[in-house]
Structures are given as structure tokens and as C-alpha cells.
Design a protein around this ligand. Structure first.
Ligand SMILES: [Zn+2]
Length: 397
């Protein structure tokens, strides 16, 4: 194979600040990117004048829970978080389609929507052991040439209230999970010190990051947040800890939110949001003003927790922007930042973005600028991962 054959020229793309551009890719990486020169190449892909954007980052998913691959299933859980946890116990172990297949179908949708990187939480429970984790590890391997998947060992039903879960979390990291998770240390476990000490002890000993679901309201949530920040700093885990949801930050006074933002920034703790429908969400602009990294994920996509979702991170950006009352282009650009660069930072993705030397992960969309892409989020025209076309016109290849 000659050098020419190994190089692909993606021509006639649009970057609003430059105009029409071309991208040369070799061995999965961007070799050149700049104004169109009209050069030709044996491997030329015409981008049709469409907007080029970097691959999206879905920083909070539950691949193992999705009901993709099954006929439409009416939502069975009640309105409380605990009823959803109980429903999981009744439903998930008995689904007729294995987690590996359901997760693969969901990943196909992610890829078709231009997502290049996913962080998924995977249930770690005593009744199912590590079987969901092993299935998601298998699908991660299967899809490794199309999307990267980072896995959080997630104690959905609690840590201290379920004997054996601490040991299972430990085993999950040994089996291949990348981060250790937690959930509502006060409300679910009623033992905040016990849960947070156990989770951070595993993180320190195994050298992994932490991502904790925190739905606790107002001052109670703030207390947990402060405890998480204290442990993050004490163990030198700055930059490797995420608090997911953190509804509490939207339930307190602006002054208290600013104090919390300063604390989070100092501790290097990121916040993940999905623009929850049933709750206020963290104040995006205040957090960013203080230097806190806030990113986003789709969270539950058509599963036992939510019947909604299509795995589109541009739609998620629109939801976060809508919940935040963003309407000006510069604010909508922040919503896009949250589903792209901010997610890449939280997931420690090296070489992210449209620049020479980086992985050639990008997509095209029929829009004139980022704000239009987020606002209407039409189907992705072409999705490229590692220089290879992995989806066309909203369908995974
Ligand atoms: Zn979640």
C-alpha cells in the first residue's frame, strides 16, 4: 500500500471562522486541516459544504439498563428513586435480550449521532454480581474501533445498605471498570461517612477516578458535595472526580452556589448534568465562571428509569441550554462546549478536537454554525472515527 492510499482527504467541509476547509487524515490522525486548496487524492471524501464538528462526548450513560432491542415496554417504575431501584431488581435480570446486545444497539445510535466517547455507569449489585459489567466490557471491545467507552462501577442500590457491595466494587475495578461510583450517601445509605470512605479508599488503592450520583437536595446535597471535595483534595484526586447531577447546586441561594463552585474548582471536581426534567439543574454559567468543569450525558435512554431518549448529545445540549434559558449564540456555544470539550476534559481524552495530530473523530451536519446545529440538531450527515466513516445520514455503518 502506497502512502497515497493510506491518506484520506476530507474536502469541502465548513468551519465558520475559516470558510470551506479540507482535512487530511493518515493512520487515524489529522495531518493537515485548513482552507480548501482544491488538491485531489485517491481517497477523497466530499463533505458537501457541511459544518464540521468534533466527535461528541456522552459523559453519563447507562448502557446496561437500556431496553433497546425489545418491543416498546411501558414504564413500570413509580415516581420515587427507590421504586426505580426496586423495579430494576424485578426487570433487569429477566430481560429476554442480553445486556451486550441491548448496549450494542444503543451504541449504534450514539455513533450515528456523532458521539465518539462514552462514559457509562454499569450496575454492580449482589443479585447480578459482575455479569452486567462483563457484558459491557465485551461490547466495549467489540466497538473499540468506532467509539471509546469508559466504565464506572455503579452501586445502583446503595453501598453500605447492601452487604457485599464494597467487595464487588473492588472486584469490578480488577475486572476492568475504570472508575468507582457511588450514590446518595445520606439518602440511600443513611451513612455518608461509611459510603464515601469506602468509595474513596478503593479509588486511592486502585488508582482510579470517582463518579458519584448525587440527587440529594439543597443543604443535604451540599453537605455530601463538601465531603466529596474534602476527600478528593486529601487523596490528591483533583481532576479525577465527578459528581453527577448535583441537583443541590440549583436549589440553594446564588451566594451559596458561588461558594460551592469555588470549593468544587479548588478540589478539581467536575459536574455532570443531563438537564433533568424533574429537577432544577446546576447553574451552568456560575460554575463555569468559577472554573468548574461541567459536562453532560444522556443518562437513561429508553430504560427502566426513563422512556425517553435517542442518544443524541446535540439534543442533550439543546435540553441543557433550554433548561438554562440560553438563547444567544454565545450561550448555545457553551451548551455545545458541555457536550464536547468539557466532556473530553472530564474523561481525560487525549488529543481531542479538530487540530493537527489529534484523532480524526468528527462529524458533519447541515447547519451554518454551532448554534444552528444545537438548536435544530438535524441528523448527522457523516460520522468519522479514527479517520474511518462509521455512520451516514443518521445510520451507523
Ligand atoms: Zn445515571
Amino acid at each position: 500500500m502506497s502512502a497515497t492510499d493510506e491518506t484520506t482527504l476530507f474536502a469541502n467541509g465548513l468551519l465558520p471562522q475559516i470558510g470551506l476547509i479540507e482535512i487530511t487524515v493518515c493512520n487515524g490522525r489529522i495531518v493537515t486541516i485548513g482552507k480548501s486548496t482544491g488538491q485531489t487524492n485517491a481517497n477523497l471524501v466530499d463533505l458537501g459544504g457541511k459544518l464540521v464538528l468534533p466527535g461528541l462526548v456522552d459523559g453519563h450513560m447507562h448502557l446496561d439498563k437500556t431496553l433497546f432491542g425489545l418491543p416498546w415496554t411501558p414504564h413500570a417504575a413509580g415516581p420515587t428513586r427507590m421504586s426505580r431501584i426496586e423495579t430494576d431488581k424485578d426487570v433487569l435480570p429477566h430481560l429476554p435480550v442480553p445486556a451486550r446486545r441491548r448496549a450494542a444497539l444503543l451504541l449504534d445510535r450514539c455513533i450515528a449521532n456523532g458521539t465518539a466517547h462514552v462514559r457509562t455507569h454499569v450496575d454492580v449489585r449482589t443479585d447480578m454480581g459482575l455479569s452486567p459489567l462483563h457484558e459491557i466490557l465485551a461490547v466495549r471491545e467489540e466497538y473499540s474501533d468506532r467509539v471509546t467507552v469508559e466504565i464506572v462501577a455503579f452501586p445502583q442500590a446503595g453501598v453500605m445498605r447492601c452487604a457485599g457491595v464494597v467487595d464487588l466494587l473492588d472486584a469490578a475495578i480488577d475486572a476492568g471498570a475504570d472508575l468507582v461510583g457511588g450514590i446518595d450517601p445520606s439518602v440511600i445509605d443513611r451513612d455518608p461517612k461509611g459510603q464515601l470512605d469506602a468509595v474513596f479508599e478503593i479509588a486511592e488503592r486502585k488508582g482510579v477516578g470517582v463518579d458519584i450520583h448525587l440527587h440529594e437536595p439543597a443543604e443535604l446535597g451540599l453537605f455530601s458535595l463538601e465531603e466529596i471535595c474534602a476527600r478528593t483534595k486529601a487523596l490528591g484526586l483533583q481532576g479525577r472526580v465527578t459528581v453527577s447531577h448535583a441537583f443541590c447546586l440549583g436549589m440553594i441561594s446564588e451566594g451559596a452556589a458561588r461558594d460551592a463552585a469555588a470549593l468544587l474548582a479548588e478540589a478539581g471536581v467536575s459536574i455532570a448534568t443531563h438537564g433533568a426534567g424533574g429537577s432544577v439543574i446546576p447553574p451552568v454559567l456560575i460554575l463555569r465562571e468559577h472554573g468548574v468543569n461541567i459536562f453532560a450525558g444522556n443518562d437513561n435512554v429508553r430504560d427502566t428509569w426513563s422512556p425517553y431518549g435517542n442518544a443524541d448529545m446535540l439534543e442533550r445540549a439543546a435540553i441543557v441550554g433550554w433548561k438554562s434559558d440560553f438563547s444567544r449564540d454565545e450561550h448555545i456555544a457553551i451548551a455545545f462546549d458541555i457536550v464536547s470539550s468539557c466532556g473530553a476534559k472530564a474523561l481525560s481524552i487525549e488529543g481531542y478536537g479538530l487540530a493537527v495530530g489529534n484523532r480524526a473523530n468528527f462529524f458533519t451536519i447541515d447547519a451554518s454554525c454551532v448554534a444552528e446545529a444545537v438548536g435544530g440538531h438535524p441528523a448527522r450527515s457523516l460520522v468519522v472515527h479514527g479517520g474511518r466513516i462509521v455512520a451516514r445520514e443518521g445510520v451507523a455503518a
